[in-house]
Design a protein around this ligand. Sequence first.
Ligand code: TYD
Ligand code: MG
Length: 455
Amino acid sequence: MAKPKRRYICAACGSVTHRWQGQCADCGEWNTLAEEAPETVFSAKHDLSAGGRAIKFEALDAPGEKLVRRSTGLAEFDRALGGGLVPGSAVLMGGDPGIGKSTLLLQAAAAVAKAGANAVYISGEEAAAQVRMRAERLGLGDAPILLAAATSVRDILTTLAGMPVPSLLVIDSIQTMHSDQIEGAPGTVSQVRASAFELIRYAKENGVALVLVGHVTKDGSIAGPRVLEHMVDVVMSFEGERSHQYRILRSIKNRFGPVDEIGVFAMEGQGLAEVGNPSMLFLSGRDQPVAGSAVFPAIEGTRPVLVEIQALIVRLASGATPRRAVVGWDSGRLAMLLAVLEARCGLSFSSAEVYLNVAGGYRLADPAADLAVAAALISALADKPLPADAVWFGEVSLAGEIRPVAHGGIRLRESAKLGFARAFGPSDLPVKQDGTKFTPLALLPNLVDRIMGGA
Ligand code: TYD
Ligand code: MG
């Protein structure tokens, strides 16, 4: 029999090579290749068309079990999940270290336990005493959570098999779990995969809502194989800047609900507080208008959120290559917008450094931000403050047109509610709007004229 070939798997992207290398040839990460046992290969001659059990086909409209959901006790968490936890499902929660994953899940477990259901919290990262200390700090010291520090999946599943089935099982984190079915240290691709597989099987068979905490790599993806994302029903990411107070919980994949709803929290001295009405959070609340600042009415899922976009332009005297730095927005999109402003409006940014920042540590993904970014850039370039009571939204095309965007009505209503008396947006919206003076703009040069002429 041929000697099985050595196999090295990249912990970042999951690609397989047969020779060890310092850098993964596929994703370029360093020191991520680890040797793993080869998988058993069955003979190709093996006939699979006999010997199995017959499977049963079902009609799509057959009366099935209704999807019952269990509240996490945190409305914002439920909202991001699409209405709560589904029994017999698995959620993978990713996020930077220190962002608040353990805090959020401890709070959810406490709420579930206080509601009279069993909530099990297994920590592989911290000692039970540490978790207890955090619970006390959160004012949850009396919540009847079943808490344990463990890393062996066999120990965990053996223990769970001998007790009433919990409603919620939190594993913090999947990278610390170890299955004795597989060789290798915790955190390696096959360990993560095997541990997750066993835990998910337990959850599905017993109708338990399972939440796995997953570490993220430098580029923000969940460490370990991509297969982990395929194995679970819901992938969530807990985001925010550690230096800022606000945290956003997003689902990236959800087999049971929409993926565009977010949950908003504030990290406070006593844990995460829910922010039920986040529309004003990301405004900096300045009294004096400053050049380069524009307010954008963003939409997250179904909720409007007003965000402040700040641009700074620094003219360079020498011929040095000017910097472009972006926080909270796509740098490719900024380059495009600068090119359109140069080509269609005759503005020159080529000898200037451009800095763009979205206030409050917020990350914008809404394409309607183009117009507000353009307004901030023009305002910064001309050193003319925009009117303090104005909001800007619309997508900009390469031809310099201001394109229609979704939810124009909601954006206008929320802006009016928060006291913004003027709005500038795409020309498909009716000029007559309640509570707001709306100015439709068809082309980017119209925006330049407006701002240069004092909006
Ligand atoms: P944690 O939940 O441990 O983060 P993660 O599990 O994602 O790594 O949260 C860590 C940070 O949150 C820590 O730096 C301190 C801060 N924090 C508060 O500000 N208030 C609190 O009540 C708690 C428990 C933590
Ligand atoms: Mg943690």
